[in-house]
Design a protein around this ligand. Structure first.
Ligand code: MN
Length: 742
């Protein structure tokens, strides 16, 4: 075993003492003794082991324990488990050793953490499923796991670039939604910011720079805005703290992406928060509404923008009163009003509930959710991937509350429809549902419910579940139930689909090799051939351009293959295997995959979901052993692959691209005026080496819209063109559209 130097040992002791300093007032001697014992044991167990950064490994468990104690506010048992969380995974000690020394409560938490650990290259849908199961056993396992991830994200710098992207992607996919759902607001923001920084370093740096640039002006505005409020609150004897909060760079970037706006156009950068030191004896809700009335006496509220999360807290326990008011410079400013207790819960969510001892209240909010997870885990035997997709819907979506005719309240994900509500109440009600009555009006199954709706479900004995319901159901429960109803149907479809696929290959005179099937599944972004068969069988996929998908390479080979077969039929079997081996040129996963313009064997294709063009940041997905699909770094489809099949993700880089051009789609928007169409088309055809495939212009009520399909060489040409189009008078907005289907 390698030994640490004196300096390293001193560093370890310093960090431990530093940790002790911040927790020692919170615990009695007995508990501090257990923590000390856990540290000594863990330190000895990890002795001589270093992290990627070169630091002694034990620094990691100490840091995780600190997050568990400070940010999550958990107790001594959790701290002990945090200190020991990597011992079973990384050293020769076993779980029984931990149990003997620290008892079975600590051992069972460490066991849960060990089961959740493992390489980043595992199938992560399964990991999430495992996580959710532990969640219903002991929530502390998940909380410590999140702390573990947070520290790993904070120390991500020493990882190689492609691992950074992988880990950051996984964090956004799994840990952020979980932290959100558990109400760990501060940690969720931290995880988002760190993921953003490592996944999109350029965009991150730019936003940080722009925010920094505006700081002075912003501070001036904040002061101008809050001074009158503070004065009035003092006069009214309200004991409170007024602070302001800036949107995080991640949420700014998200807004820019989602609404295709520039940094300057993101207007709600600021929020003001008033945290009231609540007076005992008066209801907290009352105190918040009193402050609301003080604020709206000074500034005019935006109609319909008062959100009351106190009367009905959010599903993750969040309570607060939000109002958007018109500030002094004609800007909308959001004001959040809450008591100090609500503020603590808003920042630390789940963990903070413990501190307020109001366990009954706390159980009310979280238990139904955990109960729902348990139900989901038991009811669906869908594959983990599918389960994860559905579950993600539930983790992130906001919730609405709707009522039965009798006044019972049900919470559903935002965007839920009549069919979701029906299944939420009862499976039979869902299966037989034909529509609903809302406020005496008849609505179809696909009708999207609004917060506060009172819904009466209408049924018919003749009704049966329909596959198209999946198109408008938003809750995992309903989706699971509908899919289950179709399980038998599915095998029928799958068989039919297989026959269609085989026929199509025969017609094309193409060999039905596993490689060709893989190309097809990759093309349609499916996971396996079973999915391909069932989607074809259900008519979702028409195999109209089979030849293009399989690619020219196979065509050339095909000639050879058929010649041989015709020459001597008995050799067919051997030739086929030879043909398969011949095409398998292994791709080196360790090196970045270079995208070249004139590759003899074209071993990559550009993903249809995000249509990257040369010059854009891209990443590769190994769809087969010798084929890479290229996605944009920010592609959402890719995010699924990163989380589930991380081992197939490779770095990719463009080399010089000059001759070939790529189909790209732009949408224009602006005010209609004479000659604008002409100006747009002239600008495109002139100057740049860009060709138009099709252009469509549409004007309506004075608004001008253009849908352009262009052949473009690279990202640089494209961004130059966009800049120039924006200079045309009347053009308000130019957006690149990734989806090329008209
Ligand atoms: Mn760890």
């Amino acid at each position: 075993m390698q030994h640490f130097t004196k300096a390293e040992n001193r560093d370890i002791e310093d960090r431990y003492l530093d940790f002790l300093k911040v927790i020692k007032d919170k615990f009695d001697e007995g508990r501090l003794g257990r923590i000390e014992k856990a540290f000594r044991f863990s330190n000895a167990a990890h002795h001589g082991i270093k992290r990627k950064s070169g630091e002694p490994f034990i620094i990691h468990p100490i840091a995780v324990a600190k997050i568990v104690a400070l940010d999550l506010g958990l107790g001594a048992t959790s701290i002990v488990a945090a200190l020991l969380h990597d011992v079973v995974e990384d050293t020769d000690y076993r779980l029984s050793d931990i149990e003997n020394m620290f008892g079975n409560r600590v051992a069972s938490i460490v066991d849960g953490l060990t089961k959740l650990s493992g390489d980043f290259d595992q199938r992560h849908a399964l990991t999430l499923k495992k996580m959710l199961m532990t969640l219903s056993d002991d929530v502390r396992v998940i909380l410590i796991k999140i702390a573990d991830r947070l520290h790993n994200m904070r120390t991500l710098d020493s990882m190689p670039a492609h691992k950074k992207i992988k880990i950051a992607g996984e964090t956004l996919f799994l840990y952020v939604p979980l932290a959100h759902r558990l109400g760990l607001h501060a940690i969720k923001s931290d995880l988002e910011e760190l993921s953003f920084k490592h996944k999109h370093p350029e965009e991150y740096n730019q936003i940080i720079y722009l925010l920094h640039n505006q700081e002075e002006k912003r501070n001036y505005l904040v002061n101008e805005f809050i001074q009158p409020i503070i004065k009035k609150l003092e006069q009214e004897n309200v004991d409170c703290k007024v602070s302001h909060r800036l949107k995080t760079s991640y949420s700014i970037w998200q807004k820019m992406q989602k609404k295709s706006v520039s940094f300057e156009e993101v207007y709600d950068l600021l929020a003001i928060r008033i945290a009231i030191n609540s007076k005992p004896g008066t209801s907290e809700k009352r105190q918040c509404f009193d402050v609301l009335s003080i604020v709206t006496d000074i500034y005019k509220p935006k109609p319909d923008r008062i959100r009351d999360w106190i009367t009905t807290p959010k599903a993750n326990g969040y309570e607060s009163l939000h109002v958007t008011v018109m500030g002094p410079e004609g800007q909308w400013v959001e004001v959040q009003i809450r008591t100090d207790r609500m503020d603590d819960v808003a920042e630390h969510g789940f963990a903070a509930h413990y501190r307020y001892k109001d366990i009954r209240n706390f159980e009310n909010e979280l238990d139904p959710w955990i109960e729902r997870i348990r139900e989901l885990l038991q009811s669906t035997d869908a594959d983990a991937f599918e389960f994860l997709d559905d579950f993600k819907l539930n983790l992130f979506s906001a919730e609405i509350n709707v009522f039965t005719p009798k006044g019972d309240m049900f919470s559903l994900p935002k965007g839920s429809t009549v069919v979701d509500f029906a299944y939420e109440i009862h499976t039979d009600l869902g299966n037989k549902c034909i529509g609903a009555k809302i406020n005496l009006k008849l609505v179809p199954l696909s009708h999207v419910l609004k917060n506060g709706d009172q819904v009466e479900i209408l049924t018919s004995e003749n009704q049966v579940p329909k596959l198209e319901w999946l198109k408008f159901s938003a809750s995992p429960k309903a989706r699971g139930k509908i899919k289950n109803a179709f399980k038998d149907e599915k095998t029928k479809h799958s068989k039919k689909g297989q026959i269609i696929v085989e026929d199509a290959f025969k017609k094309m005179k193409a060999p039905l090799t596993s490689n060709n099937l893989k190309k097809l599944t990759a093309h349609y972004n499916l996971n396996n051939k079973e999915q391909l068969y069932s989607e074809v069988g259900m008519g979702f996929i028409e195999l109209d351009n089979l030849n293009d998908i399989i690619g020219k390479k196979s065509e050339n080979k095909l000639v050879k293959y058929w010649n041989v077969t015709f020459g001597s039929g008995s050799k067919k079997q051997d030739e086929e295997t030879e043909f398969e081996e011949e095409t398998t040129t292994k791709i080196d996963k360790k090196k970045p995959f270079l995208l070249k313009e004139n590759q003899d064997n074209i071993t990559f294709s550009l993903a249809k979901c995000c249509n990257p063009i040369p010059g854009e940041q891209v990443i590769g997905y190994l769809s087969t052993d010798d084929h890479v699909t290229i996605h944009k770094v920010e592609c959402h489809e890719l995010e699924r692959f990163i989380a589930n099949q991380g081992e197939k993700i490779i770095r990719a880089e463009w080399t010089k691209f000059k001759r070939q051009s790529y189909l790209t789609r732009l949408n224009l928007e602006g005010f209609d005026r004479m000659g604008i169409v002409n100006e747009v088309t002239t600008m495109i055809t002139k100057g740049h080496n860009i060709n138009m495939r099709s252009v469509k212009f549409d004007t309506h009520d004075g608004i001008f819209k253009g849908d352009l399909f262009l052949y473009i060489h690279n990202a640089e040409d494209l961004s130059k063109l966009i800049e120039r189009l924006k200079t045309i008078k009347g053009i308000d907005n130019v957006t690149r559209i990734e989806n090329l289907t008209e």
